[in-house]
Design a protein around this ligand. Structure first.
Ligand SMILES: C[S@@+](CC[C@H](N)C(=O)[O-])C[C@H]1O[C@@H](n2cnc3c(N)ncnc32)[C@H](O)[C@@H]1O
Length: 216
């Protein structure tokens, strides 16, 4: 194990307070190059000019790049501090909401995205269940996966981390329980996320299609 720590995880294993992170989030998470790479990966899997619900929109830096690619994005997040920044990028189109309890009717959304959310959760299943509820049949859910492993591979460590259920295998199995069938995959480079002088991680992105004609 090398002597470094995952900047997303506190030393006590807890998840960062994103209200505190908000002011320096963009600068410390690869800024424009990381956001452009993430948005380009998502863009490659969704129809042109989609309306997108972005879960955990954060500061809106990825959402803004999706908009620049021609999509219309609505974002939700739990952190008021992060939403303050997102609101400047997506005026009138962000709201405070928990990804496990979205203030939206069932089968009302075509495309849902979640970049760097599921690795933060002890259990991704409540988010997948809620995404399955709000997606219309045939709709798409795109999410980053295996984030902690991606960082581990790039940094050549065997470091273990806090509990998470965002591996590709876990998400594929959890998705199947909620009518979300694995349909596509891509990845993007996490510019600026490697150790100094090291390799930047490549983050997997999975695409799930909502099957069936009723919410789970
Ligand atoms: C690592 S940031 C990712 C932000 C953005 N997607 C990006 O890639 O720049 C994680 C975000 O998830 C939000 N978050 C964590 N748990 C959440 C939940 N249950 N519902 C909505 N947002 C949540 C945090 O407030 C934070 O803004």
């Amino acid at each position: 194990m090398l002597g470094w720590t995952n900047p997303l995880v506190k030393h006590d294993g807890g998840v960062l307070d994103y209200d505190d992170e908000a002011t320096h989030y963009d600068r410390t998470r690869g800024g424009g190059p990381r956001a452009e790479a993430a948005a380009a990966a998502l863009d490659g899997l969704i129809p042109s000019r989609s309306v997108v619900l972005d879960l955990a929109v954060g500061t809106g830096i990825v959402a803004a790049e999706l908009e620049a690619l021609g999509h219309r994005v609505v974002g939700v997040d739990l952190s008021v501090g992060m939403l303050r920044h997102a609101g400047r990028r997506l005026p009138g189109r962000v709201a405070r909401a928990d990804a496990t309890a979205l203030p939206l009717p069932s089968s009302s959304v075509d495309t849902v995205t979640a970049v760097w959310l599921l690795h933060l959760l002890d259990d991704a299943e409540p988010v997948l269940a809620e995404v399955a509820r709000v997606l219309r049949p045939g709709g798409l859910f795109l999410t980053t996966a295996d984030k902690i492993a991606a960082v581990r591979v790039a940094s050549n460590t065997i470091r273990e981390d806090r509990p998470h259920t965002d591996t590709c295998a876990q998400l594929t199995a959890l998705g199947a329980r909620h009518h979300l069938q694995l349909a596509a995959a891509t990845s993007f480079i996490g510019h600026g996320q490697g150790q100094p002088g090291g390799t930047d991680p490549r983050y997997p992105v999975l695409g799930f299609r909502r099957a069936g004609d009723s919410a789970s």
